[in-house]
Design a protein around this ligand. Structure first.
Ligand code: LLP
Length: 419
């Protein structure tokens, strides 16, 4: 569910017509609905209310500090994957005791920063990382609270680029080896085992892989406790999908009804790491048509947003609905919606049947709130678009449009090239 609806032929975000915002801020821009974000967060809170839990928002999906603050105000924490995300989360006012830190390549510097901040738990992904963390913790003179990220070897039935829980994946520790790694952890004097973590993939549209994976992990928790490990936190990862193109993914409530008995049985505090399902449908990318172009084999709609603004279609052949911001009675045509970037892979839609678009018209690329801005780049020296947050009948710029001055900041022409 989201809050982008037509009102008298104008697409609105909550109570604000999108064309009005476009006139003020120019295009392209990202636009988010406060109401949708909050509702999605609360639906997780409600669904998991029967167990002690923490919703550690996977901020890689969209790390704008206004969004982080919004979730923090409702009690949310953060799943971080770098020192940069740690700093962002701190800047947004998220309590470090509500942060968990995943990632296969945490450097010693990053481990140190997170230790000094006093985060809840490190989700450790290899034995070398475990040893490195032990060393850093010794220097900092604290005990590092850890979970091991365990790879349950379950096929999440999603795109291969976003499956993470398979044997062939670089993530986590194989479930067969997990008990041995926990024994290693117990021998290290500067780390303290506090939990177990897994995350099997993203854009999951069935509950079953989740249930299967967690069943394996619950067994592991029993084994580990039998060996004397104190497992207090069970971090079940993120991954619930959203409808991009008619999918009917489970809602937090559906997931909860499939797994709550297991979670309760564990007696653990449950950590969840949703990303996309919180922010995906809460955001759109608004773009303007520059030209239309008729080719012999194909017709193109050239817009002012490109793969540098939203890379998901190019990278995963992901489908995003594209809607006219002002509804007009037009014939449906089949087109490629392409950006201005000098790459054939620069498209937002291919072979899309949609109402004929005209130059200067506004289009909304839907479900772009997750992995949209956060994966954007400056390719072709394109300043990144602003981000706008709607709140009822008003809106705020939560990130300014970049300028070319921003882009070249830090670059230098060396002396020998100056003359
Ligand atoms: N926890 C961990 C350890 C993760 O690696 C991820 C996502 C999440 C939680 C959040 O997953 P979500 O709830 O958002 O599915 N760029 C891709 C998605 C990459 C996901 C990476 N990890 C996309 O645009 O589809």
């Amino acid at each position: 569910m989201h809050d982008f609806r037509y009102h008298k032929g104008r697409l609105c975000c909550e109570d604000v017509p999108i064309d009005e915002i476009a006139r003020k801020v120019g295009t392209p821009f990202y636009l988010y609905s406060h109401q949708t974000l909050r509702r999605h967060f609360l639906s997780y809170q409600e669904a998991f209310a029967p167990v002690p839990h923490l919703i550690a928002y996977a901020m890689k999906a969209n790390a704008n500090i206004a969004l982080l603050r919004l979730f923090a105000k409702e009690g949310g924490g953060a799943d971080i994957v770098s020192a940069g995300e740690l700093q962002r989360a701190l800047a947004a006012g998220i309590d470090p005791k509500k942060m968990v830190f995943a990632g296969v390549g945490k450097t010693k510097k990053e481990l140190e920063a997170a230790l000094r901040a006093g985060i809840l738990m490190f989700n450790v992904e290899s034995s070398q990382e475990l040893v490195a963390l032990d060393e850093v913790a010794k220097e900092v003179k604290v005990k590092a609270p850890i979970a091991l990220r365990v790879n349950p070897d379950i096929n999440p039935k999603t795109h291969r680029y976003i499956s993470t829980g398979l044997k062939t994946s670089k993530f986590g520790i194989e479930i067969k080896k997990a008990a041995g790694e926990y024994q290693l952890a117990a021998r290290l004097s500067n780390v303290q085992v506090v939990g177990v973590h897994s995350h099997i993939g993203s854009q999951l549209i069935q509950v079953k892989p989740f249930v299967d994976a967690l069943r394996r992990i619950l067994k592991l928790i029993d084994t580990l406790r039998g060996m004397g490990h104190q497992i207090r936190y069970w971090d079940i990862g993120g991954g619930l999908g959203i409808p991009y193109h008619g999918e009917e993914p489970p809602l937090p409530h559906d997931l909860a009804s499939g797994i709550l008995p297991m979670l309760k049985e564990s007696g653990c505090t449950i950590v969840l790491e949703p990303g996309r399902s919180l922010v995906g449908n809460a955001g759109v990318l608004v773009t303007r048509v520059i030209y239309t172009k008729e080719g012999e084999a194909k017709n193109f709609v050239v817009v002012d947003a490109g793969m540098n603004d939203l890379i998901r279609p190019s990278l995963y052949e992901a489908y995003h609905d594209i809607l006219p911001v002002i509804k007009k009675r037009r014939q449906d045509v089949t087109v490629d919606v392409v950006g201005p970037i000098c790459e054939s892979g620069d498209f937002l839609a291919q072979g899309r049947k949609m109402p004929q678009a005209m130059p200067d018209e506004l289009l909304a690329v839907m479900s772009a709130g997750a992995y949209g801005f956060s994966m954007s780049s400056n390719y072709n020296a394109r300043p990144r678009p602003p981000e706008i947050l709607v709140h009822g009948g008003t809106y705020d710029t939560i990130r300014e449009r970049e300028t070319v001055t921003d882009l070249i900041r830090g670059e230098k022409i060396p002396e020998f090239l100056k003359s």
